[in-house]
Design a protein around this ligand. Structure first.
Ligand SMILES: Cc1cc2nc3c(=O)[nH]c(=O)nc-3n(C[C@H](O)[C@H](O)[C@H](O)COP(=O)(O)OP(=O)(O)OC[C@H]3O[C@@H](n4cnc5c(N)ncnc54)[C@H](O)[C@@H]3O)c2cc1C
Length: 462
């Protein structure tokens, strides 16, 4: 069978590429190994973890609401019960995305893809069937999976990774999470909110050190305040699964025994057994495909987008990268702005979001900046909702008042950031702190934090 564009993988990267290419008039075939569309994003990553978090947060709200005191004293929900709401969201997402492909006449082929030559892909179906597809362009959007060291027994019922933890049947009393990256920190928040005792083991000196230092400190403080035990600069020596728990032996000599272990230390690109080596497409030790600034592999008609090509490994970015690749393969170029200035949204408790440069980066670059803060506890809206933990921080150039970075933690931080993003990404003089003092905001809102932070920053100038 012949087509214009073959897309391998139906996560956000593949969907972005397929939809853009088909809208540009190309014949598109998407190959997906899983039985449903949506990728790891819908089935094992973003969607289930965020839906679980939402369910747990509602449970905590009900439990702590004075209205229900007494009535819900012994009210418990198990993990499978909590996951039911996630399953409902997954079903809706799959049906929605399936409809996109159907309406746009994108051909869907189920099976595992591997290259026969630089323009031909063979799809191996589960029933043993095989199909060969030839395309002028190919987009690899095969995503990633949790990194599993060979000496950790993931077949043991008490040892989990971030995919298998969603199938947790029991309600453990205690859990060790090895790896304190975004996934480790998010699950530490979720499981702590469910009342589980958490050891969070960080292999580095600080939590999420790519964030602004004040935000890292706030995250550490609040996780500890919630009862999470954080240990920094630790390294795993070995994992010892037992009948009644798992012992994590650390090279520092410490031994931690908990009911279960969640291994959340890194991810591996899904690039194995695809015949890439024969085409001169190189992968690193973690299976990530090396691409140029236009997401092209050494074979210029083969692109790699999303997690399989590495940073920033976000669903949001993967979708844009897919659209970028499809635009590039049709027109030979693409506006780079599409995938620049990517905000980060981290769904811990408190939620975190940031965009642009940190204080550390600006100081190193000797940029004369100033800071404006707004604490959520001083905002009427936060006082009404009771969500008073949080802060918005704007970094701006002290001479031009150009916004250079926005960092936020607290309830709805990942939504709040986009108000500032809309101004920060304006060209030239339109990116100015003055916008926030010269614009009337609804009251009471969380958006008011921008006005408060802008005034706070302007007051620091002399
Ligand atoms: C626990 C967790 C929480 C996350 N939370 C967030 C979040 O809040 N926000 C955010 O932006 N990102 C989040 N992410 C990251 C996000 O899920 C990924 O960045 C995103 O899914 C990457 O999209 P993708 O299209 O590259 O790959 P995927 O979504 O992984 O899709 C890849 C698809 O390719 C298919 N495939 C693989 N190999 C083949 C083959 N050989 N043949 C055919 N098909 C194949 C797979 O079956 C899969 O369906 C989270 C990740 C995890 C693990």
């Amino acid at each position: 069978m012949e087509t214009d564009v073959i897309v391998i993988g139906s996560g956000p990267g593949g969907e972005g590429a397929a939809m853009k290419a088909v809208k540009e008039g190309k014949r598109v075939t998407v190959i997906e190994w899983y039985t449903q569309v949506g990728g790891g994003c819908t089935h094992w990553g973003t969607i289930p973890s965020k839906a679980l978090r939402h369910a747990v947060q509602r449970l905590v709200e009900i439990r702590t609401n004075p209205l229900f005191m007494g009535a819900l004293e012994n009210f418990e929900l198990t993990m499978p019960q909590l996951m039911r709401s996630a399953d409902a969201v997954i079903r809706k997402q799959v049906s929605l995305r399936h409809g996109f492909y159907e309406r746009n006449k994108v051909r869907m082929v189920q099976g595992r893809a591997r290259f026969i030559d630089a323009h031909t892909v063979e799809v191996a179906q589960e029933n043993g069937g095989k199909e060969t597809i030839t395309g002028s362009h190919i987009v690899l959007a095969t995503g990633s999976r949790p990194y599993r060291p060979a000496d950790v027994d993931f077949a043991h019922p008490r040892v989990f990774d971030s995919d298998t933890i969603l199938k947790l049947q029991e309600s453990p009393q205690s859990m060790t999470i090895y790896g304190a990256g975004v996934v480790g920190c998010e699950y530490a928040s979720i499981f702590r909110s469910m009342g589980i005792k958490i050891n969070l083991i960080n292999t580095r000196e600080h939590l999420l050190s790519f964030l602004d230092a004040e935000i890292c400190d706030a995250l550490s403080y609040h996780l500890r305040d919630q009862g999470v035990i954080i240990r920094h600069n630790e390294e795993c020596e070995r994992v010892e699964p037992l009948a009644d728990g798992v012992v994590l032996h650390l090279t520092s000599g410490k031994r931690l025994k908990t009911d279960v272990l969640l291994w959340a230390n890194g991810r591996t690109g899904n690039s194995q057994d695809m015949g890439l080596e024969a085409l001169g497409i190189v992968t690193d030790a973690r299976g990530l495909i090396k691409v140029n600034a236009d997401y092209q592999t050494p074979q210029p008609h083969i692109y790699a987008v999303g997690d399989v090509q590495g940073w920033p490994s976000l669903a949001s970015a993967a979708y844009d990268e897919g659209r970028f690749a499809a635009t590039h393969l049709v027109h030979g170029s693409c506006d780079h702005r599409l995938v620049r200035d990517i905000p980060s949204g981290i769904y811990t408790t408190p939620e975190i979001s940031s965009l642009g440069r940190t204080e550390r980066e600006l100081t190193e670059a000797k940029v004369p900046y100033e800071v404006g803060h707004s604490l959520f506890r001083s905002l009427a809206r936060a006082q009404i909702t009771g969500q008073t933990v949080g802060m918005l921080k704007i970094l701006f150039h002290r001479e031009t008042l150009e916004i250079l970075g926005i960092h936020c933690f607290g309830d709805q931080a990942s939504e709040i950031i986009h108000i500032g993003q809309a101004i920060m990404t304006q060209p030239g003089k339109a990116n100015t702190l003055h916008y926030f003092v010269n614009t009337t905001f609804n009251y009471p809102t969380m958006a008011e934090a921008y006005r408060v932070a802008a005034l706070n920053g302007l007051n620091r100038l002399f």
